[in-house]
Design a protein around this ligand. Structure first.
Ligand code: NAP
Length: 262
């Protein structure tokens, strides 16, 4: 058994729905106090109510944009006001609008990088004094297989932003190691979320057919990986990227995938 994280204080960005909600759920079930963030007040209220039924820890929410330094500062302060400190930060908020390179506007690029890259860095920066004070701080970034490992037409800006998160992670891991803070990333494959549902049934079916385990991931599959990075037992793991994708990146060809099913 791992040492309990009950009573630890966690902030999970982009947790009003989707993967962030799954991470928050797993942390809440483990007894952590969890602050979820996002921008949609109705989704936040619904998720807080659901999480409150799951664990003994306190659950609260903060509404703000991760791309705003002022919002991130207020978010960190709200967590400290609610819980007294911050031990775990899950920088998960992210967007994946598609645009082919030939059509991509500067506004498309800015939105994806502001949210996914700047948002990750501002989140961690705002929480840093409190992670240092914790003495066992944990940063867990939600990256993706898309960019760091694979490519997909329409997502060159998204893939670049997800790879950039890993560049951030590696240097942050070195800078923060003297403070007992670890910085790691989970790289989800295709996970059943509200955001992924927006991509349509055809996309979902083609992804299911590409995954050796034959199913999309559940948000708690990513939550469980995040929980591992949050434990005391993961204290010596830092700067690492863990792929959680049901084997999606493994087959060398469609034949390799099919041969296992024959
Ligand atoms: P989702 O269902 O669309 O949920 C996205 C979450 O992020 C929502 O809670 C949303 O909150 C929040 N968010 C978006 N922009 C924000 C902003 N500017 N400021 C604050 N919060 C913001 O997406 P998801 O599928 O769970 O994806 C979550 C993360 O996982 C992303 O980083 C994504 O790149 C990564 N990922 C997902 C998959 C997948 O298959 N689903 C695969 C690989 C990686 P509001 O709506 O309340 O603003």
């Amino acid at each position: 058994m791992f040492t309990s994280i009950a009573g630890r204080n966690a902030v999970v960005t982009g947790a009003t729905k989707g993967i962030g909600k799954g991470i928050a759920l797993v942390l809440a079930r483990a007894g952590a106090n969890v602050m979820i963030t996002g921008r949609n007040a109705d989704d936040a209220a619904r998720t807080v109510a659901e999480l409150q039924a799951e664990g003994d820890g306190q659950i609260t929410s903060f509404l703000g944009n991760v791309a705003s330094p002022a919002d991130c500062a207020a978010m960190a302060q709200a967590a400290v006001d609610a819980f007294g400190g911050i031990d775990i930060v899950c920088a998960n908020a992210g967007i994946f609008p598609d645009a082919k390179l030939a059509d991509m506007t500067e506004a498309d690029l800015d939105l994806v990088f502001d949210t996914n890259v700047k948002g990750t860095m501002l989140t961690v920066q705002a929480c840093l004094p409190h992670l240092k004070a914790s003495g066992r701080g944990r940063v867990i970034v939600t990256s993706s297989i898309t960019g760091p490992v694979t490519g997909y037409p329409g997502w060159s800006h998204y893939g670049a932003s997800k790879a950039a998160q890993l560049g951030f992670m590696r240097t942050a891991a070195i800078e923060l190691a003297p403070h007992g803070i670890t910085v790691n990333a989970v790289l989800p494959g295709n996970i059943a979320t509200e955001g992924l549902a927006d991509l349509g049934a055809e996309y979902r079916a083609s992804m299911e057919a590409s995954i050796p385990q034959g199913r999309l991931g559940d948000v708690t599959d990513i939550g469980n990986a995040a929980l591992f990075f949050a434990t005391d037992e993961a204290a010596y793991v830092t700067g690492q990227a863990l792929v959680v994708d049901g084997g999606q990146i493994l087959p060398e060809s469609l034949e390799a995938l099919q041969a296992a099913r024959d």
